[in-house]
Design a protein around this ligand. Structure first.
Ligand SMILES: *Cc1c(COP(=O)(O)O)cnc(C)c1O
Length: 429
């Protein structure tokens, strides 16, 4: 047992008894070759590690923390919830209330099921889409991440019209072959793939704004084209809004682009920082789900009262304060402007990418509009930048391909400090 807060000791023990010392690979900081941060506590925009060093945090748990760490109203809500019991295995009014809040905000989501993670949400949505259409194949896009379920842990093979290939051992080839992969932001490739697999594709799943290959917005008309192709071919269109849901707008990406998917997946923000996920969609499709329909899906801790109450408190606050979305966008824009100026000043081969409150810095000198463009980024340069920023007290995701998530707790002062640090680090790159 580690009796103290000795970082070396904890690291050594963690690596001995947990794969890579972590419960999610990115936390091992492998791609940046820096010792990982071990957190003691966090508040607002700050994370403090066990050595006592404090950082301004832009990871914000990869998206859930729209108000920053440990906001008072959520602490109180979660404490109050815990006092009434932490899980029951029976229905609570809170589950119904959160379901209603989500549904009210999302016109094409008429019925919803709560689960415990984004992975579970996408995995279940795909099962439902397959059950509903009676088709086996699914289609995803390169660079979009939907969690780690077998069908989705797939990248494209070489050449355009190939079956998916597994990105991990342990996947059954016969299952993975049912996953087709297309380039994001390319409607012609999608049309061709659909033609080549006529009447075989159950669903198309995508991040309406890609947030797992940095931040990559759909080009003008792309989502409309995807919607049209799905409608014409009887394919269930699933928006994975695990990141974008309640982040880009209270009505999520579907609201921003005014497009109705047939199904939607949520996670991250809707749990207010507690483990949660949800999938929903049109009534006809969701009626396939057990016990109303034949598609089985369940969960011991699903609809957990702590997560539900944190989610309700979060969504209510967002709903009654639309100015929050203006603030989030202003914060990202402010950061974008400051960093763009620094890029020009120090002639850094980098470009910024922003969609409303989502931001990212790509180390490439070319504009980024596809997965291939993203893959041309200089990850060695990112590594240096990341380490430099850490030394300046700014914590970014330990990977070039993650978004930055400035929260409402990232004040102008905090953003100015960040921009000053970027200048410092760029000067030495
Ligand atoms: C994070 C994420 C997931 C997976 O959610 P987990 O809670 O990590 O399982 C799925 N889809 C997208 C778009 C995500 O960003």
């Amino acid at each position: 047992m580690c009796k103290n807060n000795n970082k070396e000791e904890i690291l050594a023990l963690s690596r001995k008894i947990m794969p890579g010392g972590v419960n999610s690979p990115v936390r091992a900081f492998q791609s940046v070759e820096v010792a990982p941060v071990i957190v003691e506590s966090a508040h607002g925009p700050y994370i403090k590690d066990i050595t006592g060093k404090e950082y301004i945090d832009y990871v914000c748990s990869y998206g859930p923390l729209i108000f920053g760490h440990a906001p008072q109203f959520l602490i109180e809500e979660i404490q109050a919830a815990a006092e009434s019991g932490t899980t029951y295995g029976f229905t609570t009014p809170h589950e119904v209330e959160l379901a209603e809040l989500v549904i009210e905000s999302y016109p094409s989501c008429e019925m919803i099921r709560m689960v415990n993670s984004g992975t579970e949400a996408t995995m279940s949505a795909i099962r439902v889409a397959r059950g509903y259409t009676g088709r086996n194949k699914i289609l995803k896009f390169e660079g979009c991440y939907h969690g780690h379920s077998d069908s989705l842990l797939v990248k494209s093979g070489s050449g355009l019209l190939t079956q998916g290939v597994p990105t991990s051992p342990g996947l059954v080839p016969a299952l993975v072959e049912q996953t087709l992969v297309c380039p994001y932001n390319d409607e012609e490739a999608l049309a061709e793939m659909i033609r080549a697999n006529q009447d075989e594709i159950a669903c198309v799943i995508l991040e309406p704004i890609a947030g797992n290959m940095g931040v990559l917005a759909p080009h003008e008309g792309y989502l409309e084209a995807v919607r049209k192709l799905c409608t014409e071919n009887g394919i269930v269109l699933i928006f994975d809004e695990v990141i974008t849901g309640f982040r880009v707008d209270y009505h999520s990406a579907a609201g921003v682009f005014n497009i109705d998917p047939d199904m939607v997946c949520f996670g991250k923000i809707i749990g207010g920082g507690l483990p949660v996920g949800a999938y929903g969609g049109k009534l006809e499709i969701m009626k396939m789900v057990s016990p109303v329909g034949p598609v089985y899906q369940g969960g011991t801790l699903s609809g957990n009262p702590l997560a539900m109450r944190a989610g309700i408190a979060t969504l209510k606050r967002l709903k009654s304060n639309p100015v929050i979305y203006k603030t989030l966008e202003e914060n990202a824009t402010y950061l974008n402007r400051g960093i763009t100026e620094a890029i020009q000043k120090y002639h850094i081969p980098a470009v910024t990418s922003q969609f409303k409150g989502m931001f990212c810095l790509f180390f490439t000198d070319r504009p980024v509009s596809s997965y291939d463009d993203v893959m041309k980024c200089d990850t060695e340069l990112y590594k240096k930048f990341f380490e430099g920023m850490m030394n300046e007290g700014i914590l970014l995701a330990p990977s070039q391909f993650e978004a930055w998530f400035p929260s409402t707790a990232h004040t102008k002062e905090v953003l100015d400090q960040t921009i000053a640090a970027v200048n410092q680090v760029f000067a030495k790159l």
